[in-house]
Design a protein around this ligand. Structure first.
Ligand code: SF4
Ligand code: SF4
Length: 98
């Protein structure tokens, strides 16, 4: 059985962890290139999120089941922060041969 598609974002490369200063709101390349809209940019889930603080924003792959495995997000990410392991996806099940 084919494993499900897995997508990981390395927040030590995209975000404000460990001295890295990459504001995903200024980049957005993964969001702009992904046709099935797998990614979501959102404030971190805290009790008191501050949407005006750039350190509180992150990218999450919320719909990996919609990923076509095109790898465009991996190619356009200037920080090399995205890892995609293509596998079984909703689109490939609905549209075999995609
Ligand atoms: S591999 Fe393609 S479809 Fe999948 S998340 Fe990246 S850009 Fe979107
Ligand atoms: S393309 Fe890479 S650096 Fe840019 S917002 Fe997406 S994950 Fe972050």
């Amino acid at each position: 059985m084919v494993a499900r598609t897995k997508i990981k974002i390395d927040y030590s490369k995209c975000g404000y962890e460990e001295g890295v200063n990459v504001d995903p709101r200024e980049c957005r390349k993964c969001l702009n290139t992904c046709d099935p809209a797998v990614f979501l940019m959102h404030p971190t889930l805290e009790d008191h999120p501050d949407p005006f603080n750039p350190e509180k924003w992150k990218i999450t792959a919320v719909w990996p089941s919609m990923c076509t495995g095109c790898m465009r997000c991996v190619e356009v990410c200037p920080e090399g922060a995205i890892e995609v392991k293509p596998g079984r996806s909703l689109l490939s099940m609905l549209l075999p041969g995609l």
